[in-house]
Design a protein around this ligand. Sequence first.
Ligand SMILES: [Zn+2]
Length: 287
Amino acid sequence: MCHSGPRAGIHIDKDSFRSPAGGRTKGIGMTKIFIMYYKTGEEFKEVSGYDLEQGWYPRVTKILEIKAKPALYRFYGELSSFDEGEQIKEKSASEGTLIHEAAEQIFAGVSPIVDPSIQPSIDALNLFLERNNIRVDKEYIEKRVTHFGERYSGTLDALAMIDGKFGVLDIKTSQSIYRDYNLQTAAYMGALEKEFKNLQTRWILRVDQAKECVKCGASLRQKGGRDKVRAGFGKGDPRCEHEWSDMKGIVELKEFPYWQNDYKAFLAAKKLWEWENDYWLRQVGYL
Ligand SMILES: [Zn+2]
């Protein structure tokens, strides 16, 4: 018997693919795509959420897959095949994971063993932390947070105190800070606001590395085993015969204090995700 209902399709599992080493991949443009056919409710639950003592809760990053990511279509469109895209992203994701894990170890007060490939990023991060007043609550690194009322769960990177303000800190290894990140961090804020009355704000800490053209200022990223040149749009000259510097670490910290509208958008996205996964959510007794 062939039964209809469960949907086949492309499921983009951002920020949540666990590598064999148990690490976590991070960042847009390092997205893991599964062609996912759920066979059972248990499989759906495993892939889409966390089983907690209090019950099963869908994961923030899984919910946010419902939002289209147009940049991803462009990325695939520029390649010769879907598989090539998968390979690039997998490699890029493992590089992002290395940076992400080293950064969390530094926050936890541990000196990480740094893979030479990410040394520029980690040097830049250490320098940044020497120069800026950032304190991280060690008990809240890679911490599971759950909103029992709105029924979702997620894993935040850190809670931090920066320049006297207390908030959610999320680490990204992407080439820019994307607006989409605000949906994710707003979900964490919503889950934490009752527990932490002094929770004020949220930040994205971007840690990355690139070469820079000494002539025009264009940048060259080497992620996922390929060179990606960014020139034009106000930075660098596409007609320049570039001359590249050594690899330089990049650290960018950006605060996003106003989270209420993002939070409304997250809850709307969750509603749409529930609609899309209606069949399975009923199967597992969530709806
Ligand atoms: Zn140049």
